[in-house]
Design a protein around this ligand. Structure first.
Ligand code: GMT
Length: 380
């Protein structure tokens, strides 16, 4: 198949899922064309089946806001026509699903029929999409897609609850490449960070408010009153300055390290004992899955789709959003040397269920079904 993938090329989960999906499809001999405004972060190598088409946005002094959606739709038209794509798979509804609708209509006027699959990732529904300034367009473009997927049952439920959706939404969860995300031998690294055998806690995110990184720091503050521990914070974003200020206020700076945006996050996860995800919203929680694949149990909230991944008392624990005391208590339970090996083992076993080799066929099957349905509609 010749597949066009549209996504955000940044470090965000939706971009990671889209890029890893494209790479896996290319390995299966599909031809994959990425259409984005810059090279996706995890697409920095050559593969004969992978192509990258950059969306260039011409600005003009008249525009206060450059019309990205138009440039994207025009690029989709161009790529579909010249590369003879079979389908477009767009990740994140805003503005990819509506741009794809526009491209589809333009192509239709030229006698080309291109099916569009939209994957909902979370904030495109739970935060941004619900806003009145976007809602009608989001509703319309979801309903106008040929197929729609969401990354969890919870996100599917949320989408039906908050939008007037007439389309069937299929759940295809996030996945993990266990060949890349696995516990590596990095003892020297652990020794450098935890010279006296301290427990190592890790959090990775884009440091947006919704991630509650302050709760990570507060749990760590409480926990280290009981046991020696260190905390690594991976990622960067708008809340970072506030978090640094909080660390200073609590007097924990010397045991907390900010690592910034790291590409090889699996190396850090390989030496971690516990992962913290205190998010207020999380459609799935890909960062937690990456941790689990590296044998790291998870302390999380019970928000959104996280309970579909993290299993209470088995792979970790789930608390109400903001319940620092419960999270601290649970973290201490997991880090107890009698319990930790079992939690680590369970985390890996659970992660295996989301191995890309199990999830990729679900997308391929959806592509074939969408193409067949589309063809039948054309013929009728
Ligand atoms: O978590 C973020 O803020 C990034 C966001 C994105 O859209 O890139 O991630 C969302 O999509 C991921 C991949 O499907 C999910 O694993 C994350 O849970 C989801 N984030 C939220 O719902 C907040």
């Amino acid at each position: 198949m010749k597949i066009g993938i549209v996504c955000y090329p940044t470090f965000g989960g939706s971009g990671v899922v889209a890029t890893e999906l494209g790479k896996a499809l290319a390995k299966e001999d599909h031809q994959v064309h990425f259409i984005t405004y810059s090279q996706p972060t995890r697409l920095d190598f050559f593969n004969q089946n992978l192509f990258y088409h950059e969306v260039t946005i011409r600005n003009y002094p008249l525009f206060d806001y450059a019309p990205y959606e138009l440039a994207l739709a025009s690029k989709m038209v161009d790529v579909v026509k010249h590369e003879k794509l079979d389908l477009l798979h767009v990740h994140y509804a805003i503005p990819h699903a509506s741009a794809a609708y526009m491209a589809k209509q333009i192509l239709k006027s030229e006698g080309i029929n291109i099916p569009v699959i939209t994957t909902l990732h979370g904030t495109d529904i739970t935060l941004v999409g619900k806003d009145a300034s976007y809602e009608p367009v989001v509703t319309f473009s979801i309903n106008a897609s040929d197929s729609v997927t969401s990354v969890s049952e919870d996100l599917k439920k949320d989408t039906y609850e908050h939008f007037d959706i007439t389309k069937e939404i299929e759940v295809i969860p996030n996945f993990i490449d266990l060949e890349r995300f696995k516990k590596q031998k990095k003892e020297h690294f652990k020794k450098a960070i935890c010279p006296d055998g301290e427990m190592l806690l890790v959090h990775t995110s884009n440091f947006r408010k919704v991630k509650h990184v302050d709760d990570v720091v507060r749990v760590f503050h409480n926990l280290r009153k009981e046991i020696p521990a260190k905390l690594l914070l991976v990622g960067d974003g708008p809340e970072r300055t506030n978090i640094e200020a909080l660390c200073r206020e609590l007097g924990d700076c010397e045991d907390i390290r900010f690592l910034g945006k790291l590409e090889a996050v699996e190396e850090v996860l390989s030496v971690a004992d516990l992962f913290l995800m205190p998010s207020e919203k999380e459609s799935f929680g890909l960062a937690a899955l990456e941790a689990m694949a590296c044998e790291v149990p998870v302390i999380s909230t019970n928000a959104g789709g996280i309970p579909e991944l993290n299993i209470q008392g088995k792979t970790g624990f789930l608390s109400e959003v903001g319940d620092i005391e419960d999270m601290t208590k649970n973290a201490l339970h997991i880090l107890d040397k009698k319990n930790l090996p079992t939690f680590k083992h369970n985390a890996l076993e659970r992660a295996k269920e989301f191995d890309i080799t199990n999830i990729l066929p679900l997308y391929e099957d959806l592509y074939f079904r969408t193409l067949t349905k589309n063809r039948e509609l054309q013929e009728s």
